[in-house]
Design a protein around this ligand. Structure first.
Ligand code: ACM
Ligand code: ZN
Length: 715
């Protein structure tokens, strides 16, 4: 290989030796290759015939990407580091001409919430390279940890990288640290570690963009240097193990020049070890309660003629952005930067809230932007039917949801599309407790992000993507990565209709067969094939699973259908999910598993069931979930009224609960029974009141709590 490179051969005429491919895959020879590339090719191409492999590339990136394609065409054993016997190192003959849709194709990794060991980051980077993702946005600082060595401020990693052990409960239940508690959980990257990761990424044509979040998400830094918070903060500042409650509102003081000097010093060291074109300055979710009370912040607002605290953040971000730009770098910030009446010059906005619309406010002003909408591109969300998934936040972003994402919207002005530089999947790690949890959330959804970023809309095809994905997944397995198999699991929907329940079973992979049983036996490839909605008229347990070539592919869905007087009866109320209350299926501990009925206005929740004929009623039981981490609690009161004509109702039962009974900690389901004492009625109306805002001692103080019911059981 070395002699090939040292001789004056032209790369495009070279017959590949397989060892050359391996050497390049190992990132060893990119600089040498780069010097020898022909600049004459306008379009990158790969042609594999029985005689030769021809790569046409005008730059090292194109060459590297051709090799990644070859890599995926080779048997997955190519990923291993042991000699493999009895293997045919053959590649199918193909011709590929290709170019990416977007120049910015990114993954964000949050190493702050969960410290991801360097070796795992390196392996993820290699898997990104295989997918031709070219940017790693590295979220290195947050309330929950500071992860990069800064020599001028050693306490950032001595103190800021370590937090109390609250591993016994999920992130959103974790109570803050008490002063003096041991802080064994965490870790950080030395500057040498960073240089190694940056170089390893560069060999794979990946730029690593560091994010130093400001002015908020800064408790880890402020635990180390509390004098940089507003002087009105008089509580203990520690590295936060969870949501933080009121502590998450502790942020850098915008009136204290030392905070700016500190951040400039930090960025000097960061820019020295990250040679990236872009530096990310965060800017998200800054609560401004302390800024409003702080005399220094108020002084700053007066002096700078700033209208409000949003413009004070605008000032903060502009000052820091100007500093970074003075060093020849460009700045990226989260979409909250558009909350201020002015944006830092040239800043690139990352749209994340909702569907990312706030980024368009920046586009309107001519700024470039990146899309990473939380509702589709946040990989912290569930990637499949929630009954099978480890606990995390919010709703689903399945592999298919990510794959189907189309960033350019029909109603956009044409100039917006030209300012969109790319797309990003963002992995927040609040619910990761070990490196394997990171892999699980990333893979295989990262491959779907890569497709969104690379492939033009009109050329996308879900079925052929899955074929390629299966190959990629084999390579992941060969690298020792356990990817999620959620794409093989079944999502159920059970809907009452005219005294019957209709059971719908769906798998996002169209190449799967679903087989099911209703007699309690385990489903096999010879059980009845699910072809259309299954009607159910009685209590039973429906079991189902996906199969391919006779082999079970996903987990077995066990669906116990229960029956009571309310089951399958018509129910009305002002929630789109009200039919869940009589569908015979209980919800799980996951409040977003699609079995829990929710309301927009938790102050006045009401629903009415029509039993179709008068019935004798002894009890009404409401299934109710508590998850204090998400401010979900039981109602403050529930009233039951009955009627024969659905017009005049009379009260049949009433219960109310005290704040102590309501605002309990944990994640549990309760049945709330109301005695109806043999009342006869056809219509039953339930009215419930939400418990209002969470108290000051709550992990979500001041947030309006919600009530969720899974089932209304009438006996
Ligand atoms: C974010 O999710 N706070 C950017
Ligand atoms: Zn202040």
């Amino acid at each position: 290989l070395q002699s090939c490179l040292n001789n004056n051969f032209m790369i495009e005429q070279f017959n590949f030796d397989i060892r050359l491919i391996f050497a390049i895959l190992n990132g060893k020879v990119s600089a040498a290759i780069n010097r020898k590339l022909s600049r004459n090719f306008r379009q990158n191409g790969l042609e594999i015939t029985p005689e030769q492999i021809q790569v046409k590339a005008s730059d090292i990136k194109g060459f590297f990407y051709a090799l990644q394609t070859i890599r995926l065409l080779l048997p997955s054993a190519v990923e291993g580091n042991r000699r493999v016997e009895n293997i045919q190192w053959s590649i199918p003959a193909v011709t590929i001409q290709d170019e990416p849709r977007f120049g910015y194709r990114a993954l964000m990794l949050d190493a702050a919430r969960f410290f991801i060991p360097k070796e795992n980051v390196l392996r993820i980077i290699d898997c990104m390279g295989m997918l031709k993702i070219n940017t790693l946005h590295f979220h290195l600082t947050d309330d929950n940890g500071w992860r990069v060595e800064i020599k001028k401020y050693p306490r950032l990693t001595e103190v800021g990288a370590w937090r109390v052990n609250r591993m016994d409960v999920p992130f959103y239940f974790r109570r803050n640290a008490e002063p003096g508690e041991p802080t064994p959980i965490g870790g950080f990257y030395t500057q040498e570690d960073i240089k190694e990761m940056v170089a390893y990424a560069a060999d794979r044509q990946i730029e690593v963009i560091p994010e130093i979040d400001m002015p908020a998400h800064s408790n880890a830094a402020l635990a180390a240097y509390p004098q940089l918070a507003c002087p009105v903060v008089n509580s203990y500042i520690g590295v936060i193990p969870g949501l933080g409650g009121g502590s998450s509102g502790v942020i850098y003081c915008a009136g204290n020049d030392s905070a700016f000097t500190f951040l400039q010093d930090v960025l000097d060291e960061v820019m020295a070890i990250f040679p990236s074109r872009y530096i990310h300055l965060g800017g998200d979710e800054a609560q401004k309660g302390f800024w409003k009370k702080c005399p220094l912040c108020r002084q700053r607002m007066n002096k700078e003629h700033l209208a409000d605290v949003e413009d004070l953040q605008g000032y903060f971000m502009k000052r820091m952005s100007d500093y970074v730009r003075s060093k020849g770098r460009e700045v990226i910030g989260w979409d909250e930067l558009t909350n201020s009446s002015f944006l830092p010059e040239g800043v690139i906005i990352q749209g994340w809230r909702g569907l990312g619309a706030a980024a368009l406010k920046a586009a309107e002003k001519g700024h470039r932007f990146i899309m990473t909408p939380a509702r589709i591109m946040y990989l912290i969300r569930y990637q499949g039917p929630q009954w099978f998934e480890p606990q995390t936040y919010f709703g689903n972003n399945t592999l298919k949801d990510v794959y189907d994402y189309e960033p350019v919207q029909a109603d956009w002005k044409p100039e917006y599309a030209s300012l969109l530089i790319g797309v990003q999947a963002s992995l927040w790690t609040e619910f990761c407790n070990k490196p394997e949890d990171v892999d699980y959330l990333l893979f295989p959804r990262l491959a779907a992000l890569a497709e969104v970023a690379w492939t033009k809309k009109e050329r996308k095809d879900w079925t052929s993507f899955l074929k390629g994905l299966d190959v990629y997944n084999e390579h992941l397995t060969a690298k020792g990565i356990v990817y999620a198999r959620s794409m093989y699991n079944i999502q159920h929907t059970v809907t009452p209709n005219d005294g019957m329940l209709e059971v719908k079973l769906e798998c996002i992979r169209p190449d799967m067969e679903i087989h099911y049983t209703t007699d309690g036996s385990e489903p096999t490839a010879t059980s009845p094939l699910y072809e259309k909605i299954v009607p159910v008229k009685e209590p039973l347990t429906l079991k189902s699973a996906t199969f391919a070539q006779g082999r079970q592919m996903g987990k077995t869905l066990i669906l116990p259908v229960r029956w009571n007087l309310a089951t399958a009866k018509p129910v009305s109320g002002d929630s789109p999910s009200v039919k869940l209350l009589t569908n015979g299926i209980r919800g799980s501990l996951k409040y977003s598993d699609s079995e829990w009925c929710t309301w927009n206005d938790n102050d006045s929740v009401s629903f009415t069931i029509d039993l179709l004929k008068p019935e004798t009623l002894n009890t009404l039981t409401l299934g109710c979930i508590t998850n204090n981490g998400m401010a979900i609690h039981k109602p403050s009161s529930v009233k039951v009224e009955v009627s024969d004509d659905n017009s005049s109702f009379c009260e049949a039962a009433m219960r109310s609960f005290t704040p102590e009974e309501i605002f309990r900690e944990g994640n549990f389901i309760e049945n709330l029974p109301l005695k109806l004492r043999g009342t006869q009625a056809r219509y039953v109306r339930v009215t419930a009141k939400g418990p209002g805002v969470c108290p000051a001692s709550h992990v979500r103080p001041g947030q309006v709590s919600r009530i969720l019911f899974d089932e209304m059981i009438l006996e």
